[in-house]
Ligand binder design. Structure first.
Ligand code: AQP
Length: 326
């Protein structure tokens, strides 16, 4: 039987190169090998304050990005999380399986809570259980994500195994697919932090919808390391990060990348990187603009129906086993 993948991104605007290189790029590559479900996780987005009208817009914008980067609706299912209410329902049941102590250990929650300090929602704390529900509803084999999701994936497996043990075999325990290169693209302004849309410095993060001038400006301002040599070296994280991005954007081998920059300076590296990125983003941005609203609705409606069929079957079993349904 064809194996299944599930993954998602939050419609919080501003999809960036980290999201693309760590996750979306691999979705596109894997979709022909696996039965694929790509979700726009708008329930997750609600864990921090959102403007309602903007959230609707950003949800559709993210669907456009999925299509524009190459997710093919003929082979993959694209849908909106809140269109399939089973996600929220399963989350309640799994909330009663997950442990407070497990959630308290989640580093992403700790980081985000530290940044927010006040008004931390229960939803932010519970985010990993909602993520577990997303994945487990679809009997997922593989979850292509960036490195920051590794811990959440481990929790998902633990919850699945515990539920199966306590109530009876129901969920597949999924594996993470974390790419060897690109799983943690770092901020251009601080290579000790991952590239992130909530970065205080917007120059640290290149967005898929940035125009050419902005891309150039951001790479030009990127911090570098001491020394002059341009080669892959994890002990020089700023240059290593720029080279990794260049390698992934151009498809050139690491050796070819080093040869290309041998004897050249940082200004050349930043200039070439900006140029390749602008060229890479141009057709994606063009496709985003071309996607027609009716076609988008059609794709999301079809996605919802396909996703619901599978989600409903899993939730039925969960309700029977837990005594919620006769
Ligand atoms: N810097 C990154 N490098 C590689 N992969 C990354 N991902 C995120 N940042 C990087 C991966 O992108 C996918 C979708 O992520 P998301 O929509 O859940 O957003 P996020 O992880 O919350 O991204 P941000 O920008 O870091 O958001 P904030 O600032 O809100 O925390 C996931 O597979 C993720 O691993």
């Amino acid at each position: 039987m064809t194996k299944r993948i599930f993954s998602g991104a939050q419609p919080t605007g501003n999809v960036h190169l980290g999201n693309y290189l760590g996750a979306l790029k691999n979705w596109v590559a894997l979709q022909h090998e696996y039965e694929s479900f790509f979700c726009i996780v708008n329930l997750h987005a609600l864990t921090i304050a959102q403007d309602p009208a903007l959230l609707i817009e950003k949800t559709r914008d993210l669907a456009r990005i999925y299509l524009a980067v190459g997710i093919d609706p003929q082979v993959s299912t694209i849908f909106i999380q809140s269109d399939v209410h089973e996600h929220a329902e399963l989350t309640w049941v799994l909330n009663c399986v997950a442990r407070m102590s497990e959630l308290e250990r989640m580093t992403q929650y700790k980081d985000k809570a530290r940044k927010q300090q006040e008004n931390i929602s229960v939803g932010l704390f519970d985010y990993p259980v909602l993520m577990a529900s997303d994945i487990l509803l679809y009997q997922t084999d593989l979850v292509p994500v960036g490195d920051d999701q590794r811990q959440h994936l481990e929790l998902t497996r633990d919850i699945a195994i515990r539920f199966n043990r306590d109530y009876g075999e129901t969920f597949k325990a999924p594996d993470a697919f974390i790419p060897k290169v690109g799983a943690r693209i770092m901020s251009l302004s601080d290579p000790a932090k991952k590239m992130s849309k909530s970065d205080d410095d917007p120059n640290g993060c290149v967005l898929l919808m940035d125009d050419a001038d902005t891309v150039q400006k951001k790479f030009k301002r990127a911090v570098t390391d001491s020394g002059t040599e341009i080669r892959f070296d994890v002990s020089r994280p700023a240059i290593n990060n720029l080279l990794e991005i260049y390698h992934l954007m151009t498809g050139k081998t690491p050796q070819a990348v080093e040869n290309h920059f041998a004897g050249k300076g940082y200004a050349q590296l930043k200039g070439d990187l900006a140029e390749s990125t602008v060229e890479f983003l141009r057709p994606i941005q063009q496709r985003v603009r071309e996607i027609n609203d009716e076609r988008l609705d059609e794709i999301l409606d079809q996605g919802r129906e396909k996703a619901r069929q599978i989600a409903r079957a899993t939730l039925e079993r969960v309700f029977h086993l837990t005594g919620l349904k006769r």
